[in-house]
Design a protein around this ligand. Structure first.
Ligand code: ZN
Length: 366
């Protein structure tokens, strides 16, 4: 029986994907934000809420930073059922575009509820999502680096006091400028001692590559989130490419949109392309799904249609995402076989492979 041909758009939506850099609250839908405000009688007009979402930038004239949105949203989530709702919606949105696995960050130091209460609500919602949609979701409590290193240690102690099999490791996010990762060495060391995996937002916002180096050499992270300025140091780039250190990269990163307002310049000069060309282990991720007005399918579409990667490159990135995930090896082996098979079958049904200008084309194989 002949299979039905599919368009590129369908292909981006249907091939299996893992998102390893996903902030839970970046996945809050606008209507959900409004309904929480209503539930707790917190003054928030629709226009004010829209100001947090890039999709409404034209209407509101501004976009408040993702960080501001996250801080605000934590105050709007006052009952475990709120977290369950968000997790449910995150799962639905991701499932609708072919995502099979997510590792999601949340910030325990910012919540109104206790660590244990939030974690239980999230874990129960993860079980429901798996049973109903088959999507697998795991958790990464993340340090708010704008708070103190002692708050970060307290977060890890809470993880140790209330362990849960879905909690795989720790991360760090928020504004990096005055809070490089080494400031939080104690929390990282404690987490590592207790068997947790480590990742860190390093060199986001165009900050110096030494933050990546510190994350890898001193903190001994398993992954880097962002890390774009590593390309300013060719020797280190080569070293980390050879070591295969995974970097989660975000095509919708705000900093680079501001850096190159011209779409053409942005496409050409985005460090994601240079990282790939240098052989860095990159994994495209969404970061703040609704706030950035993106999806996992869109993320991969951008890799092809804006950054010039061919379809074989997407398969390499899909493989990278499985290998860099924190699931057991046995699961990863199974996913590698199943997802690759699914990818190849869908690719064989493509109506046409994308046409990429020769001067833009990147064939990314590691
Ligand atoms: Zn992030």
């Amino acid at each position: 029986m002949k299979s039905t041909p599919i368009t590129l758009t369908e292909f981006y939506h249907r091939f299996p994907k893992a998102d390893l850099h996903y902030h839970l609250l970046g996945g809050v839908r606008l209507e959900t934000m409004l309904s929480f405000a209503d539930k707790y009688q917190i003054a928030l007009s629709e226009l004010e809420a829209k100001a947090y979402y890039r999709a409404h930038q034209k209407e509101t004239g501004i976009v408040k930073g993702g960080i501001e949105a996250l801080t605000f949203l934590y105050q709007l989530m006052q009952e475990p059922s709120d977290y369950a709702r968000v997790m449910r919606e995150v799962a639905e949105d991701a499932h609708a575009c072919g995502v099979k696995y997510i590792e999601t960050f949340w910030n325990p130091s910012d919540t109104v509820l206790s660590y244990a209460d939030v974690n239980t609500a999230l874990a129960d919602a993860i079980d429901n999502a798996y049973n109903e949609l088959g999507i697998v979701i795991r958790l990464i409590p993340s340090i708010n680096r704008e708070k103190s290193p002692e708050d970060a240690v307290a977060m890890v102690n809470e993880m140790i006091d209330s362990p849960h099999p879905y909690v795989l490791g720790i991360g760090i996010d928020y504004k990096e400028h005055d809070a490089p990762v080494e400031k939080f060495w104690k929390a990282y060391r404690l987490a590592k001692l207790h068997g947790y995996k480590l990742t860190a937002h390093c060199s986001e916002f165009g900050l110096h590559w030494r933050n990546v180096e510190t994350g890898i050499e001193l903190i001994d992270v398993d992954r880097i989130d962002h890390g774009y300025t590593i390309i300013d140091n060719p020797a280190l780039t080569q070293k980390y490419a050879q070591r295969g250190i995974p970097f989660t990269v975000i095509p919708s990163n705000t900093y680079y949109f501001k850096q190159w307002p011209s779409h053409q310049d942005w496409c050409q000069h985005h460090p994601i392309r240079a990282m790939a060309k240098a052989g860095i282990n990159i994994i495209p991720c969404t970061d703040d799904w609704h706030i950035h007005n993106t999806t996992s399918a869109n993320c991969y579409r951008v890799m092809v249609e804006d950054f010039g990667f061919d379809i074989g490159s997407l398969k390499q990135m899909m493989i990278n995402s499985i290998e860099a995930s924190w699931m057991p090896d046995e699961t990863k082996q199974q996913w590698l076989a199943e997802w690759s098979h699914e990818f190849d079958a869908l690719r064989a049904n493509l109506l046409a492979e994308p046409t990429i200008a020769p001067d833009m084309k990147v064939c990314y194989r590691r």
